[in-house]
Every structure is written in C-alpha cells, then in structure tokens.
Design a binder for this molecule. Sequence first.
Ligand code: SF4
Length: 246
Amino acid sequence: MTRSDDLEDIRQALFDCSQNFESEALLPTVIPEAAPLVASDPYAFSLATCLDRGTKADIIWTIPYDIQQYLGHLDPHRIYQMSLDELADLFAHLPRRPRYINDAPRTLKELTRIVVEECGGDASNIWKGKRASEVKRTFMSIHGVGSGIASMAVLLIEAAFTIRFDDLDRKNMDIKPDVHTIRVLYRLGVSQAKTERAAVEAARRLNPEYPGAVDGPLWNIGRTWCHALAPKCSLCCMERVCAKRF
Ligand code: SF4
C-alpha cells in the first residue's frame, strides 16, 4: 500500500501536471480543426457528450465537426427540421461514426429538440443558471444517455466552460476508469491491480475530497506518455513520484 506522504506527492504532481494540458487534451479530436468547435460551441459539445458510448474519445469529439462539414452548418434550428431518416442518412455518410449508430439519430433529434424548444437555440442554456442535478436530469432525458454519461457531462461542463456547480456531491463522484486511467494508476503505485474496481478505489484514496477530479489528468498522462508499450517516462510529468510498476 502506498504511504500517505507518497500519495500526497503523487496527488500534488498530478494536479501540477494537469495545468499543462491544453483544453484540447480535455476534448481530444482526431484532426486539429475539429477541436475549437467542441471547445467553443455548446451544441457541438453537447452532441459529442450524448454520443459518447463505447467509441474512442477522439472520434466522438470529432463527429460534430464531421456533421458540420457534411451539412455545411451545425445550426440546431435547421437540424431540428430533419427527419429521423435524414439524420440516419447523415450518420451513414460521416467519415467517423458513433458505435451505436442506430441510436444516434434519435439521440441527436432529442438533444436538438431540447436546444430549440427549451433553450431558445442556445445549448449553453442547458446548464446556465442551473443546478448540476437539473443538468444531469436534462441529459438523462435524451435517448441513450445514462447516469454515467450525464455525470461526465456535468464534470466536463465545469472544466470546459469554467462553470462551477454548487450542488455536486464531489466526494461520491468517482473516476470513469478506462485503459489509460487503470494503467497509470497501477504504474504510479496507487492502484493494487489493473482492474476497474482497483482503479476506482485508488482514485478515492488519492483524492478523497473529489475522486473524479483525477480522471482527466490520469487519462491525459496515459495518452501522452504512459503508453501501454514503451512509456516515455523521461518526458512524463509524473516521473519524479512514479513507482514505475510495469
Ligand atoms: S513516469 Fe512512466 S510509468 Fe510513471 S506515469 Fe509517467 S510514463 Fe507512466
């Protein structure tokens, strides 16, 4: 078990490290041109969030750009006029597609209805002046969006749009483990096994006040330096505190 002093060093290094990641690292895209769209357009951001199921993050965050390129716009009012069949045809023609492509048209339709009918066409009204619980409920009312995605949406909104919700129960917000976070927590010596459960418990020990806050920094470290094969330890911002347990 890692000593509490070591955990504190690792926690501090992790948050120092996260300062260096650009917002693009938070919302990674396959092509650089796609990044500004999801970082600045709340509708594009919400769309990618709602489709984020079982597909690599960089593909998901690129899809709004692909839709914009295909349609020549990303106007929710115009997209709202499209039928489900037209939306299905749109997804079928994209260069990158969400994993659950049969569900995607309905997901897009229902999100767009909320943006147009309840938010006056401005998707940021999904969260502006709202409590996190309301925002989560709104996302969960959209086809295919479960509790995990809705929770992630709330955290990403805070990070990407510099909003702070005052009703978040941060102590009970866990990481959403994936291959990167599981691997990095294990190599750092915080997690005792390369499993999702061990990663969740490790994150709780590492940052008990808000376990989910370490998710993004860990994920970025895994993607940038701590590759499954040939990790770039000499370049990694965690090098000084890492147990390098391979
Ligand atoms: S120092 Fe090496 S093993 Fe440790 S997190 Fe960085 S890349 Fe991974």
